[in-house]
Design a protein around this ligand. Structure first.
Ligand SMILES: Cc1ncc(COP(=O)(O)O)c(C=O)c1O
Ligand SMILES: Nc1c(O)cccc1C(=O)C[C@H](N)C(=O)O
Length: 396
């Protein structure tokens, strides 16, 4: 795929350089037409018949297979639905009873808070004395011991972009008898992932970031085919039942990953995601990664050569990074607001991190050079230091 052509597939505001696809991806041009067609030709015209006539009920599995191709998951091992936080709960609730004699959930201090909150909530609900350990990311490997029931990590750190070595950590977890849950929120569509090759047990992720599924797009969950039939689905909703339309009083899990479905699929959101996946179907993840590394390296080189007062917060070695680069600045929030005001959109994470995401589908070298020019000028002139740029917004 020629990435110089893919930018035209996205609807980006004129003059904006969008470096926040690591938080919310850009909109593929075909989304409004597809969603409108679904509203008019499917919902309005077909009404309840749409579930059969338009294939709505199969969307979680159909789209799951298309996401699966991007993360090295075999057909039939990924299903879409709910939010990522819910999928973290489901994966952990499925994994812990598979290690009934162990009480340690091992994560890291850099994990996204929602993953840790979900683990805390589940541990409380289970009331079995599970302990959540969160060493610093570089100390995780040493903390994998025979006490660990589940190793639950986000592959790419949302703040720094630091990337865990999934194959090595999974192998070590297995050698110590632990199961693994990988959160691929900042990996899917960002870096090549091969769940089957690394022999991962569970994986979860969202589709509103690099995959460009839109705000609130549904999450996905992967369960290794060798495990799935032993998985007890604790969020045992009717659409994870083997025969939902038998309306039996007792739960019986669907075969395979279908048991990780819960309730009615979000059809409108899945339709938007489907348009994004039409683009992803053509993408070679190796080529995308090479383009992402080139853009990231260009940005780091430009910023370090021309911007005073910022320090790199991401690993310098590209092989240890995802598809984002973060810089620290003591007034990072205000600097980021000034950048956004001038059309360069990134974001900020406490306490001082400016994040920049690199999405080769709709960014090119010229965008990177312009972003560096603008950042250098904002820092050199100090024009970030205005009251309006210090005022905190609710969503950062
Ligand atoms: C790594 C990670 N896990 C979990 C979440 C939470 O996802 P959601 O809000 O879709 O539940 C996010 C982002 O918000 C994330 O980046
Ligand atoms: N999911 C988000 C939202 O609903 C609003 C604002 C931001 C988000 C995010 O995804 C944040 C993101 N996980 C992060 O890496 O910080």
């Amino acid at each position: 795929m020629d990435f110089s052509r893919t930018k035209a597939l996205f609807d980006l505001p004129e003059g904006v350089i969008y470096l926040d696809g690591n938080s919310l991806g850009a909109m593929p041009r075909g989304v409004p037409e597809r969603v409108e067609a679904l509203l008019r030709e499917e919902w309005a015209a077909q009404l309840i018949r749409g579930w059969n006539a338009c294939g709505w009920m199969d969307m979680p599995a159909r789209l799951g297979d298309r996401v699966g191709r991007l993360i090295g998951a075999a057909p039939g091992s990924v299903v879409m639905g709910d939010t990522l936080s819910v999928k973290v709960h489901q994966a952990l609730a499925a994994a812990l009873p598979m290690r009934p004699d162990r009480r340690v959930i091992l994560s890291d201090s850099g994990n996204f808070p929602s993953d840790l909150y979900m683990a805390q909530g589940l541990a409380g609900l289970l009331g079995q004395g599970h302990e959540i350990r969160t060493p610093d990311p570089q100390d995780v490997e040493a903390a994998i011991t025979d006490e660990v029931a589940v190793l639950m990590l986000t592959e790419v750190d949302y703040r720094t972009g630091r990337r865990h070595e999934m194959a090595r950590l999974t192998a070590k977890a297995h050698a110590h008898g632990a199961l693994t849950i990988w959160d691929l929120a900042h990996s899917a569509g960002a870096v090549p992932v091969d769940l089957a090759a690394v022999d991962a047990d569970f994986a979860v992720g969202c589709t509103y970031k690099y995959l460009n599924g839109g705000p609130g797009a549904p999450a996905f969950i992967y369960v290794a085919p060798r495990l799935v039939d032993a998985v007890e689905a604790t969020l045992s909703g009717w659409l994870g039942h083997a025969e939902p339309f038998a309306f039996a009083p007792d739960y019986a899990p669907a075969p395979g990953v279908g048991r990780m479905r819960v309730g009615t699929p979000p059809v409108l959101a899945l339709a938007a995601l489907e348009v994004a996946l039409d683009i992803w179907d053509e993408v070679d993840m190796g080529a995308l990664r090479a383009a992402s590394v080139a853009l990231s390296e260009r940005f780091i080189a430009g910023v370090e050569a021309r911007c005073a007062g910022v320090t790199l917060a991401s690993p310098r070695d590209a092989t240890l990074r995802g598809s984002q680069v973060s810089f620290r600045h003591p007034q990072g929030y205000a600097v980021m607001q000034a950048l956004i005001a001038e059309g360069v959109i990134g974001d900020f994470r406490q306490p001082d991190i400016m994040r920049f995401g690199f999405t080769p589908l709709y960014l090119d070298a010229g965008d990177i050079d312009r972003a560096v020019d603008i950042l250098a000028d904002i820092l050199a002139t100090g024009r970030w230091d205005r009251p309006a740029f210090h005022a905190r917004k609710a969503v950062t």
